[in-house]
Design a protein. Structure first.
Length: 289
């Protein structure tokens, strides 16, 4: 299933994408979220455990973004990404939208099974693209997961600059300066109230990119007792390389892994586990006087 979103906002607008892609935005909150998926808990669950929400979860952040939705299948390529961004720029122009100071786009790639999930150290792969009107705003200084009470830096695998063709509408609507990057995103973040945020070199910090939790939870998480990354664990390099080659084509494949020490503990030692689902009470208990 492919759900498209398009939002005309003062700073951000975007529409669907591959696997899981959605626009960042300051102007709108998510539509109704069905709730978080219940998972088995551990002893860490008492440390700010997530709750199940019947309607919208609370939003502790000053600015909001959309959450991920399912996108069309296929291998992501640089040209496909260029074409997608260009189509969004055209939609904005057709809606009489003014050029934006900056914009962000993302794609999230998930493991296909439990074995690959383990080999990736329980991470998903985030491909983040930012486009800006000012060269001094790049490179990004930080991309991180912001929870209610802490910031968790995302481990950056690699990033690279991309030249925006002056003939493209993207050049005028979003800017001539673009940066792409691969980051490791804890897949279990899908189950908790959090945001992926980005800090630019100057002018803009805490740009909301992605809003969680979401009803579009990867099926993989539904069958795991503990989906959280193990502190200080990294993906297997060969598994990560194979994963990137299968999910993308034409993007740089890393030959090294990020340094844990430089990420200032990207995975908290006490990340709370998802709440354990309540078991239905026996009939005899229900009819007790």
């Amino acid at each position: 299933m492919f759900t498209r979103w398009y939002e005309r906002a003062s700073e951000h607008s975007f529409e669907g994408g591959y696997v899981f892609r959605i626009p960042s935005t300051r102007a709108m909150r998510l539509l109704a979220v069905a709730g978080m998926v219940a998972m088995a808990s551990s002893s860490l669950a008492q440390n700010n455990p997530p709750r199940q929400f019947e309607n919208n979860p609370p939003k502790p952040f000053q600015e909001t973004a959309f959450g991920p939705v399912e996108g069309p299948p296929g291998v992501e390529t640089p040209q496909r990404l260029i074409d997608e961004i260009e189509s969004f720029a055209k939609k904005r122009e057709e809606a009489n939208g003014a050029p934006l100071e900056r914009e962000s786009y993302y794609t999230i790639f998930h493991a296909r099974d439990a074995a690959e999930f383990t080999a990736l150290a329980r991470y998903s792969l985030l491909l983040l693209t930012v486009v800006t009107q000012k060269s001094e705003e790049l490179p990004l200084t930080r991309v991180y997961l912001r929870t209610v009470d802490k910031e968790i830096p995302l481990l950056k695998i690699s990033s690279w600059r991309v030249n925006v063709d002056q003939k493209l509408l993207t050049y005028r609507m979003y800017g001539p300066y673009r940066e792409d990057g691969f980051y490791l995103l804890p897949t279990s973040a899908y189950l908790r109230t959090s945001q992926v945020q980005a800090d630019f070199a100057v002018n803009r910090s805490a740009l909301p990119v992605l809003e969680l939790p979401t009803q579009h939870v990867p099926d993989l998480l539904r069958n795991l007792q503990n989906p959280d990354p193990v502190p200080n664990a990294l993906p297997n390099l060969r598994a990560l390389q194979r994963f990137i080659k299968r999910k993308t084509s034409g993007f740089p494949v890393p030959d090294t892994l990020p340094q844990i020490a430089g990420a200032r503990k990207p995975v908290p030692e006490s990340w709370p586990q998802a709440a354990e689902p309540k078991k239905p009470s026996p009939l005899r208990e229900l009819f007790k006087m």
